[in-house]
Design a protein around this ligand. Sequence first.
Ligand SMILES: Cc1cc2nc3c(=O)[nH]c(=O)nc-3n(C[C@H](O)[C@H](O)[C@H](O)COP(=O)(O)OP(=O)(O)OC[C@H]3O[C@@H](n4cnc5c(N)ncnc54)[C@H](O)[C@@H]3O)c2cc1C
Length: 419
Amino acid sequence: MSQPKPPTPIIDDRTDYDAVVVGASLAGCAAAIQLGRAGLRVAVIEKQPDPQAFKRMCSHFIQASGVPAIERLGLLEEIEAAGGLRPQIHMWTKWGWIEAPPERAGRGLNLRREVLDPMVRSTAAATPGVEMLLGWSAERLLREGGGFGGVVARNREGTELELRGRLTIGADGRDSKVAELSAVPVKTYPHNRIAYGGYFEGPPPQFSPDSSVWFLDPHWAAAFPTDSDLTFYAAMPTKDRLPEFKADPEAALIKFVADVPEAPPILESRAIEPVLGKLDMTNRMRKPVAPGLALIGDAALATDPLFGVGCGWAFQSAEWLAGAVRPGLQGEESLEQGLERYRRRHARELRGHAFLIHDYANGRHLSPPERLMFSAAARDPRTAELFDTLGSRRKRPQQVMPRIIPRAVAVNARHALTR
Ligand SMILES: Cc1cc2nc3c(=O)[nH]c(=O)nc-3n(C[C@H](O)[C@H](O)[C@H](O)COP(=O)(O)OP(=O)(O)OC[C@H]3O[C@@H](n4cnc5c(N)ncnc54)[C@H](O)[C@@H]3O)c2cc1C
């Protein structure tokens, strides 16, 4: 029996990076750009060899919370020039549409990942101080003192490369190898819906260029207009609907979307690519730091895509990390102080949102407090506006709940009396 081929010995030993980033998608490239601009030396390794590679399973509605971080990277103009849209969300509920007043609604971003990912990657690669290594996969973590100090990467020929850095950053997505190797604590929460979606050309949906989502309780559907006059139609039914989607993904998606109330024009549209599906979206929340190591984007927190938060949070968490560790990497304080600041910020900004998202991800129906908020938001523009600050993740649940709940009670009481 033939023995497995041992990896070719390490060909190089680079010791002088400030940070080694694993993953050249949204989070990894955003962090590299920020750190490079601060005058630091950064290596980014990415297992995909193609600079044009992009994440295929994503409906890329970027919530308004993520837009300022993208703007600070200097990418907003380029995104808009590439046809990126600035939509608000119109949300169908059985009580009516929830629509924040347009002048006060959160404006997100929508650009296909096929365009966005290479754009962010080329900006990172062109940033002074950033070295982009494509076609290298992180295999092992290096230890330095009491913590982590870089990675051993391997390419498809089996050649290994040792990259040492004072900070190792895992930006390698929801199945993060860096997280697994570093054994940071992880909590998982079940996800009981499936996701299917695809690009269609045809007449624009109602509200276009804005996006529409349908809370069918417990199922969910969406129409996301995007660049190039395309619409990404998506369905997230509970898992019991899997057989029909598995049998014929395109036919099942079209039927599902065509059956929603006030349906968008999917029957008059044509799929331009195969409809794709994702079956396992278990929510994962990891401790985002360990000595000499940090996780950003999905590697730190991979939540239910139903609420479209992952891309924005990838940009935001990258910015929080880069800001927090810069003084430590420049010798102004210990690195661990910055990592602790990042851990606290990540928890403060995202934990409340994650709690609500994980709770709904199990495929249940809307709870009584959710029904209260949804129904009042459909009836009252001011409640819709508050609701939108929460949904677009511009405000934390702790900030919104004390205001929206009393208002929703009053709105619904008035509604009941009027009837
Ligand atoms: C069905 C679905 C729909 C979604 N829709 C939306 C939406 O509408 N809006 C939204 O905001 N979010 C959405 N998301 C979530 C969004 O796609 C992610 O949150 C986002 O891509 C996270 O970015 P990231 O940079 O953290 O990780 P990723 O984009 O997952 O990138 C990880 C990178 O790491 C690389 N990598 C992995 N392992 C290694 C390794 N060992 N060595 C080197 N490189 C490695 C990968 O090749 C990849 O380039 C959706 C997700 C799903 C599944």
